[in-house]
Design a protein around this ligand. Structure first.
Ligand SMILES: [Zn+2]
Length: 196
């Protein structure tokens, strides 16, 4: 298993048909995931298109996540949690300043995803809204949304299958608030075949 230390990041390639298993090692830790088509930085994982073609906001086993060009990018093939977010933009230095009054540098998912992609020579102008694995957002009938503590516990995992060649970037979210008070490390494995 590859370990991403708390507040850190990583990126890797997936070929079509390969899978990535993301593991919440300690429990209650969000992992921001973004993906770009291998060799084409103009095609990325799109929350809006995924909402369009699934007619829902929350995704779990069996759901397909789409690109901005309306092609299947990732399919969720296993999910022991069933609660993830695809609404929130990645946390950023500006967000920590505006919402928490933190002045000066603070590790954040926006910079983490940028740095992770750069290790694979991808420098997109914008980072799209990530698929926020294990992030628990309560959506109320009046449209209000609240970030709550993840329901994932130690050892929980989600497995996604690549439907095209991808560069995938992951960030172990550094925010204390959405991670049960303390940012923690996460793990991932790239696997070629699903063993039931
Ligand atoms: Zn974050």
């Amino acid at each position: 298993m590859n370990i991403i230390p708390a507040k850190s990041f990583d990126a890797f390639q997936l070929h079509a048909g390969q899978l990535v298993c993301i593991i919440d090692i300690e429990g209650g830790q969000v992992v921001d995931l973004t993906a770009f088509r291998l060799g084409d930085a103009t095609e990325w994982l799109s929350n809006g298109r995924s909402f369009d073609y699934n007619s829902k906001l929350l995704f779990t086993t069996g759901d397909v996540l789409y690109s901005n060009k309306s092609r299947p990018m990732l399919t969720i093939v296993q999910d022991s949690v069933g609660r993830h977010d695809f609404l929130y933009t990645p946390c950023s230095e500006e967000m920590y300043r505006i919402q928490y009054g933190i002045t000066g540098p603070y590790p954040n998912c926006l910079d983490n995803l940028r740095m992770a992609l750069k290790t694979h020579h991808q420098e997109p102008a914008e980072i799209p809204t990530p698929f926020n694995v294990f992030m628990n957002v309560e959506i109320q009938i009046d449209g209000s949304i609240f970030v709550k503590e993840p329901v994932s516990t130690r050892g929980d995992k989600i497995i996604l299958r690549a439907e095209m060649g991808l560069i995938v970037a992951l960030s172990a979210c550094p925010a204390p608030s959405c991670n049960g008070g303390k940012p923690k490390s996460v793990g991932y494995e790239v696997i070629s075949q699903l063993v039931e």
